[in-house]
Design a protein around this ligand. Structure first.
Ligand SMILES: [Zn+2]
Length: 329
């Protein structure tokens, strides 16, 4: 089995974005140390709108110039160590800005389809090119910000032009409708990969694009009670390293505490306890791939320990791979 460990490399998007040092650089250093220890590669979906914002405001604010320095240096380090850096688009950076005292996130336009067709094309092209410039390697895989998959006809031509042919956004039965965060993967094929052309949720055997969905898990309310209670009882073990606040999603917490829910298989926080059992399930089923999502900002002592143990225990029965390995076949 091939395992993709993927991390969305980004700040928080709520009322407080948190600092680059604690949300991104420090936790990523910890992840890199684990990867190095085991001799494996990781995949980072880099929030490239953020990189453009760093570039823009570094000219005006010394604090941003410093932030840019530590983030860009880390990206060079990731590149030198051979990890993948792929395209992650959060278009609300177009409307967000630096106040002199931190990032002011404006998420009124959180999804790509809230922008005009030409604007979408411009966003994709400029976000793609800053990663290419920094890493010397053009991204070939995409993950939509907040799982908000754009209507594919609005992005398809631009992706083809840029050579982006893999999407890794979908997770089986995923669904959310909370303010501007809207996605519905209930019609996604029940498979661990498929080709598509017009719609990532519809298989097309001669499609240009490959969907490598994030693995999906069905979780009971008990799992979330455990998550919240343990988090309260042992803060130093379970609190996330990131120092920001997520976008408000008022309905989600009550829903997961009272009924079964379908979630993306994650290595963040308490979710990392799912890695081993979910791997075993997939190995037994003879799946070809498992895709795990994570965020540096949401790592905790607990999750890093679980990830380390997970890799130790499975590395003889799987390969940890990068999206770019698909091109070197
Ligand atoms: Zn994201």
């Amino acid at each position: 089995m091939k395992v993709y460990l993927t991390f969305d490399y980004e700040l928080f998007f709520g009322v407080n974005s948190g600092t680059a040092a604690q949300c991104i650089v420090e936790p990523t250093d910890r992840l890199l140390a684990i990867a190095e220890k085991h001799g494996i590669f990781l995949n980072f979906f880099v929030d490239s709108g953020y990189l453009l914002a760093l570039d823009k405001y570094a000219k005006r604010y010394p604090s941003v110039a410093y932030e840019k320095k530590i983030v860009f240096n880390q990206l060079k380090q990731l590149k030198d160590a051979g990890h993948d850096m792929q395209l992650h688009i959060h278009p609300h950076w177009e409307d967000s800005f630096y106040t002199g005292n931190g990032w002011k996130m404006n998420t009124d336009r959180y999804r790509l389809d809230q922008f005009s067709d030409e604007y979408i094309q411009q966003i994709i092209t400029s976000y793609h090119s800053i990663i290419t410039e920094l890493t010397g390697k053009a991204p070939m895989a995409f993950r939509a910000g907040g799982w908000c998959m754009p209507p594919w006809n609005k992005v398809s031509d631009t992706f083809k032009k840029l050579g982006v042919w893999v999407d890794s956004t979908v997770y089986e039965k995923g669904f959310l409708n909370e303010g501007n965060i809207q996605f519905d993967f209930s019609k996604a094929p029940q498979a661990d990969q498929w080709l598509f052309e017009r719609d990532p949720l519809q298989e097309d055997p001669i499609g240009y694009f490959l969907e490598l969905p994030i693995s999906s898990v069905r979780l009971s309310p008990l799992f979330f009670w455990n998550l919240y209670v343990r988090g309260r009882l042992n803060r130093s073990l379970h609190s996330s390293m990131g120092d920001g606040v997520p976008m408000a999603q008022p309905g989600v917490r009550n829903k997961v505490l009272t009924s079964y829910s379908q979630q993306a298989l994650s290595c963040d926080g308490y979710y990392a306890s799912l890695l081993k059992p979910e791997f075993q399930k997939r190995l037994k089923r003879q799946d070809d791939t498992m895709v795990v999502i994570g965020h540096p900002k949401a790592q905790s002592k607990f999750s890093l320990q679980m990830l380390d143990e997970f890799i130790s225990s499975v590395k003889d029965s799987c390969t940890f791979v990068r999206y770019s390995d698909l091109q070197q076949g």
